[in-house]
Ligand binder design. Structure first.
Ligand code: NI
Ligand code: MN
Length: 228
């Protein structure tokens, strides 16, 4: 069995756990200038929602209502999605874990904000650690650097997906510091170059990762897959 991680552009990923499709932060073509595929051609069994900003939740309602996917999110976002017709929601909160059919999901803190597109309160932003087939994958979500990343890394991370775009989240330099706290085997950058304000040369950053950390950088192109 293998785990496949496909970047859809910006903070959106499609994860495949032995045939179970898990979509992180649905934001597809039509809304997401970096994405190549539209939400109508995406399959999901589960959706991991890190926070309520439009560049993460724009396509959650259409994806969840069409596929019947279960959205894993904080209760404030769950309540908002439910009012918009999403039926399957699994509410969780920071520090909590739950065993889903594809693996265990634990919610981590994230240093960011989380208002919903219509101004509704979205609770706290979060990240995820997904444990499946004894592999640990950390999806940081939108966050600043914080020192408790060393605690998140203490489980022994196989992959860390980190924002590097700066301006809205940590930038390339703080992401290097984050890698040295998290100590993942592999790091995948996200949340960069979608718009000019978060333009980053990810390949130049990858060279820095190789020089200053023990992690292996994997820079994915849009719709490119890393197999774990
Ligand atoms: Ni955000
Ligand atoms: Mn964002």
């Amino acid at each position: 069995m293998s785990i496949q991680i496909t970047w859809r552009g910006h903070g959106t990923f499609s994860l495949d756990f032995a045939g179970t499709a898990v979509v992180v932060d649905p934001f597809f073509a039509g809304n997401n200038p970096a994405a190549k595929i539209g939400v109508e051609s995406v399959h999901a069994d589960f959706i991991l929602q890190t926070h309520g900003h439009g560049d993460h939740i724009a396509d959650t309602v259409p994806l969840a209502t069409r596929t019947g996917a279960t959205v894993i999110c904080v209760p404030e976002i769950g309540g908002w999605l439910s009012k918009k017709g999403v039926e399957n929601i699994h509410g969780m909160n920071t520090g909590g874990g739950w065993n889903f059919p594809f693996g265990r999901v634990k919610l981590t803190p994230a240093l960011h904000s989380s208002g919903l597109p219509d101004g509704s309160y979205g609770g706290n932003p979060i990240g995820f650690v997904v444990t499946s087939e004894s592999k640990h994958i950390y999806i940081a979500g939108d966050t600043a650097l914080f020192s408790d990343m060393s605690l998140i890394g203490s489980v022994g991370l196989d992959v860390a997906i980190l924002p590097i775009g700066d301006n809205y989240t940590m930038g390339p330099g703080d992401a290097i510091h984050a890698i040295n706290l998290l100590k993942p085997k592999v790091v995948i950058p996200s949340h960069y170059s979608t718009w000019p304000v978060i333009e980053v040369d990810a390949h130049a950053w990858a060279k820095l990762v190789e020089k200053e950390t023990d992690a292996k950088p994997v820079v994915l192109g849009v719709d490119e897959t890393f197999t774990l």
